[in-house]
Ligand binder design. Structure first.
Ligand SMILES: [Zn+2]
Ligand SMILES: [Zn+2]
Length: 173
């Protein structure tokens, strides 16, 4: 079955051409368009069609479309608008990865992933063991370094301590 999404994009191509090669209409973008992107409000939501189950948004009004580069097209396909991603991250602050995904959303997913990992006792035990090992290694490094100190510096230290003692005695008088 041909989806509404496909029908609309076929209509755009028929009536307005491929849209490929025009300047991308996203603000400040200097790339060339690779096709029509939905810049207006979506009126429909559904599968892309032709055995592609990806959920797409579309509008049946050609005025809601403009030439967009690959990255900006993907950015809007994920939802949201030029200003914000669907989760409300301001795009100019968070940035977008080349596939159009919001970096703010990606960071949140990562944090959530780490939080879930830390909640897992097995993972925590492994992490603790690794940290203990690292600390032990650092301690033995310090010990090795103190053994390697040259003898002469010890004598200098002794002389300096004596001077300090003398000064202290003078002050106490
Ligand atoms: Zn663009
Ligand atoms: Zn986001």
């Amino acid at each position: 079955m041909t989806s509404g999404y496909r029908i609309m994009h076929e209509r755009l191509r028929r009536e307005f051409g491929s849209g490929v090669g025009s300047p991308c209409t996203a603000p400040g973008c200097r790339r060339l368009s690779d096709g029509w992107g939905l810049v207006g409000e979506a009126s429909h939501l559904g599968e892309k069609g032709h055995d592609d189950a990806q959920i797409m948004r579309w509008s049946n009004d050609p005025k809601d479309y403009a030439p967009l580069c690959y990255s900006h097209n993907a950015q809007l396909d994920h939802g949201g608008d030029w200003l914000m991603c669907p989760s409300g991250h301001v795009r100019i602050t968070w940035g977008t990865d080349p596939d159009g995904g919001c970096r703010g959303c990606r960071r949140e997913r990562l944090r959530e992933h780490k939080r879930r990992l830390r909640a897992d006792p097995e993972y925590r035990a492994r992490e603790n063991a690794r940290n203990r090992e690292r600390r032990a290694r650092r301690r033995s490094d310090v010990r090795a370094a103190s053994v390697a100190l040259p003898r002469s510096s010890e004598q200098q230290d002794t002389g300096h301590t004596a001077t300090t003692k003398g000064t202290t005695r003078d002050e106490s008088r």
